[in-house]
Design a protein around this ligand. Structure first.
Ligand SMILES: Nc1ncnc2c1ncn2[C@@H]1O[C@H](COP(=O)(O)OP(=O)(O)OP(=O)(O)O)[C@@H](O)[C@H]1O
Length: 281
C-alpha cells in the first residue's frame, strides 16, 4: 500500500541525531545483497551502510525491492518458501547469516514495525509490551517488568495516554496508539536496530506526526531504517536516504544514496531528482 502525500505538507523542525556523541545502536552493513523469489531476481548486489544512531530512509517506486531488502536485514525474507538470497548483513561487523548465528538472536537485535499495526488485540497493553521477552528468553521480576513497560511506553510516546489502563486490551486503542504500542513492544527486548516498513501509511496525519517525532527521539539509541513512499516524511525523519529502482524488469538496485539534504537538494542522478520531485513513481 502506498501513502499519498501532497507538496503542501510542512516540514517539522525535528532535531538531527547525526554525529551526536554517545549515540548507541549498531551499525548495520548490507554487502552485495541479491534476492530471489523462485527464479525471479528482485535485488541485485545491493550494498548499503546504515550507521549507528542515524535514521536511514529507503525510497523508490513500488516493486523495486525496498521491503524485500528490509526483510533481509532481520532474516524475515527466509520465511517465504520460495525465497533465497546472497550476500552478507553485518551488525557491528558480525554477519547475521554466518554459520552458527541464531535466528532468534538476529530478530532480537533487529526489531521490525510493520505497515499495519499488529498488537495482540485481546492481550492487555501491559502484556503486549512484554510479549517479546519470553520469546527471546529474557526473564524479569515484577517490579523490573513494570519499570520496563513504563520506559518503553514512554519512549514510544504512549505512556501518558495509557498509564491508567494498562490492563485493557491492545485492540481497544486507536490505530496510531496501536502503532506506538507496537514500537514499545519492539523496544522491550532492547534492539540495536529498528526496521520500519511504511509505519505511518495506515495512520491519520496527527498520528503520523507523533510517530515521526518518536522516530527522531529514538534515533540516538537505536539505529532506524524506514521504508516510506512519503517524500516529505523521508525529508523530515531521515539523516540519509537510499533510492532504489528496478528499471524495465531488471532487479532492484540502489541508484544513489547519501545525506537526505543532498538527496533532495542536489542528487547526482537525474532519476533521483525525477523521483523525489514526484515526476514518476
Ligand atoms: N512473497 C513474494 N513472493 C513472490 N514475489 C514477491 C513476494 N514479495 C515480493 N515479491 C516481488 O518482489 C519484488 C519486490 O517487491 P517488494 O515488496 O520488495 O518491493 P517494494 O519496493 O517494497 O514495493 P512496495 O513499495 O509496493 O511495497 C516485486 O516484483 C514483488 O512482486
Amino acid at each position: 500500500m502506498t501513502d499519498q502525500t501532497t507538496q503542501t505538507e510542512t516540514t517539522l523542525p525535528l532535531p538531527l541525531a547525526a554525529a551526536v556523541p554517545g549515540v548507541s545502536g549498531a551499525t548495520l552493513e548490507a554487502r552485495r545483497i541479491s534476492a530471489w523469489f523462485g527464479d525471479h531476481k528482485v535485488l541485485d548486489r545491493v550494498s548499503l551502510t546504515m550507521p549507528a544512531g542515524l535514521v536511514t530512509a529507503l525510497i523508490g517506486p513500488s516493486g523495486c525491492g525496498k521491503s524485500t531488502f528490509l526483510r533481509i536485514l532481520n532474516r524475515m525474507h527466509e520465511l517465504v518458501a520460495s525465497a533465497s538470497l546472497a550476500g552478507e548483513v553485518l551488525v557491528d561487523g558480525q554477519d547475521i547469516y554466518a554459520a552458527g548465528q541464531r535466528l532468534t538472536e538476529a530478530r532480537r537485535k533487529i526489531g521490525m514495525v510493520f505497515q499495519k499495526p499488529n498488537p495482540f488485540p485481546a492481550m492487555s497493553i501491559y502484556d503486549n509490551v512484554t510479549s517479546g521477552l519470553k520469546l527471546t528468553g529474557i526473564r524479569m521480576r515484577g517490579d523490573a517488568k513494570d519499570d520496563l513497560v513504563e520506559e518503553c511506553l514512554a519512549k514510544a510516546g504512549l505512556w501518558k495516554e495509557v498509564r491508567d489502563r494498562l490492563r485493557q486490551p491492545g485492540g481497544a486503542l486507536s490505530g496510531g496508539q496501536q502503532q506506538r504500542l507496537c514500537i514499545a513492544r519492539s523496544l522491550a527486548v532492547r534492539p540495536q536496530v529498528l526496521l520500519m516498513d511504511e509505519p505511518c501509511s495506515a495512520l491519520d496525519p496527527t498520528s503520523t506526526r507523533r510517530i515521526e517525532e518518536t522516530i527522531r527521539e529514538l534515533a540516538h539509541e537505536v539505529t532506524i531504517v524506514i521504508v516510506t513512499h512519503n517524500m516529505q516524511q523521508a525529508a523530515r525523519v531521515s539523516d540519509q536516504c537510499a533510492f532504489f529502482l528496478a528499471e524495465q524488469n531488471t532487479p532492484g538496485a540502489i541508484v544513489e544514496h547519501g545525506p537526505t539534504a543532498m538527496m533532495f537538494a542536489s542528487p547526482s542522478d537525474p532519476r533521483t531528482s525525477d523521483y523525489v520531485e514526484g515526476r514518476f513513481g
